[in-house]
Every structure is written in C-alpha cells, then in structure tokens.
Design a protein around this ligand. Sequence first.
Ligand code: CUA
Length: 344
Amino acid sequence: MAHPTGRRLPDWAPAIMLVALVALIAACSPDQYPQTTLRPRADFARESDQIFRTTLLWATIVFVLVEGALLVAMWKFRNRPGAAEPVQTHGNTTLEIVWTIIPAFILAMIAVPTVRTIFKTAAKPGPDALQVEVIGHQWWWEFRYPQLGITTASELVVPVGRTVTLEMTTGDVIHSFWLPQFAGKRDVFPNRYNNLWFKAEVEGDFPGQCVEFCGLQHGRMGYRIRSVKAEDFDAWAKDFNTPPRDFAADSAADPLVKQGQALYTAKGCAGCHSMYPALPLTGPNLHHIGSRSHVAAGTLVNTDENLARWIKDPQGWMRGVLMPNLGLTDDETKALVAYLRANK
Ligand code: CUA
C-alpha cells in the first residue's frame, strides 16, 4: 500500500488497528448504557431482540463468506509480472441460479420470524392484563391505571410477571413512547389510541424516553419504569390510593412541612398539580412525589437539592416548560421541598 508521500505504512499497522478496534468494541458494555435495547428485561423486548440476533447472525455469515471469497480471489488471481490476460467470461446459468436461490433463502429465514413477531406483538393481551393509559404531554408522561383508580406521572410502576397493556395517546403534539428494555416504541397521536404490551421479568428502576421530536425540551421528556414484585405492586397501589395527608391538621407535623403545604396552595402549585391519587390536572400529578426516584420528567434524581433547583427555577433546567418561575425565596423553596418530600 503506497502512501501519498511515498512512505509505506509499517506492516504491523493493520494488526494494531484491528486490535484497537476489537478493544473499542469490547469496551462497549450494555451496563454503561441504561437505555440499551441489547439487554431485554421483558417478553416483548426479548421477541424483538431475537429478530435482531437472527438478522445479525445471517448478516455475519454473509459478510464472512463474501469477504472471505473476495480476499481469496484477490490473492489467488492477483497480477504477476508477465502473466497473460485472464480468460474473460460472461454469464453462467448455474451461478446465476445459485446466487438467486441463496439470498432468497436467507431473506426467508429472516422474514418468516419477523412477520411472526410483528403479528405476535401487535396482538392485544387478555382482560386480566394490567391496564395503563399513557398520555404524552409537552414534556412529561402521564400514567393512569383505570382498574385501580390511580393517576401518576413520570413513573410507570409495573408488577413483575404480569402482562401490562398500554393504551396510549397524547394531550397535545405527537410524541413517541419508548420502553427501551421492556418493549419497543410507539408514536402517540391526538384522538387516537395505540397499544403496546410487555411483561416485566426483573425488578428495578429503568429510564424511558420520548423518541419523537416534540418541541424544545423533547430531549428531557423522560420517565422512569419501576418494576416491582407483584405483592409490592399491590401494596404500592393500595398505599397510593389514599388521600394526601393534611399536615395542617396534624399537631405532630413538622412546622416546615406545614409551611410548605400552605405555600403549595398560596403560590398556585395546587392549580396545576394534583396531590390526590386520581385527579388529573394540567401538570403532573404529585401524589407520593416524595417516594419517586426522579423529578422533572425523570431527568433529575429526587434529592432535596435537585427538587429545590427544579421548583426554584424550572426554566433554568427546562427552558420553555409550562411550569413558571414563581420567584420563590430560599426559605419558601426549603418549605416546599420539605412538604413535597413528606408526601410519600
Ligand atoms: Cu415528546 Cu419528544
């Protein structure tokens, strides 16, 4: 291989590049990428992962065989000094038939399982599935559990081992709901309902994301999927289905929390955010906000500092978000954080 300047690359250069490439690929562990689809954690995700693996297997076989044949041909029939011009051929019926049949066979091996999976994943689960209505908003996700009378936001709690069926729509523009490790993606449209289902296999807290450009803060339209044991799910649903505590009427309550509760109404938070288990308002439902792992549409870990940062200056984190900057003082922020934290 002649370099433009006339210098040649050293003979060991390709070997070094190959080693570097292998090391680079090996360094890509799915654990570092929580939104990876290469680590299925539900039946739906496993089905689509299987298609990916089937396709990848066939593509690898084709690559190795074709590139291998090419390399052999390049070596075996390379030009030698004084060699005669090779025999020129055109058309070979046997070859034409063989290289039509082989790709047709490979495509069939990929198409049959793909079509089968498309039908399987498009089917609606039975009535014993847990129903969740998913509603996209700029820029957060709302989750309603009609069988349980629960409305929540930014955290999709599901039981392990039970099929969850999602009926999805949007309150404003087109969004796309994606459950990376559990199921696929589905666009949501106004006045139309799309379905998706999955059965979680493991417990955990995983990130999810809107995957359709839906405005300024599309990139921060996240949410969490929390999969829990069936009995923990029942306990969560029962616990969630209680009205919020009234700290004002509780003589034992922390005065800071009481002050926060008063501010929650006085500052107008209550106009958009419901503290009741099943009351949807304009903004995300905040019932049991204190026990959620994340705030701000799944984009900030639910710590006192992040909660304060978020309510004090929502526009600073999500420019264009409906939530206004209320001009809270540090003391007011602290009281509101204490109140929200106490709601768990
Ligand atoms: Cu909603 Cu992107």
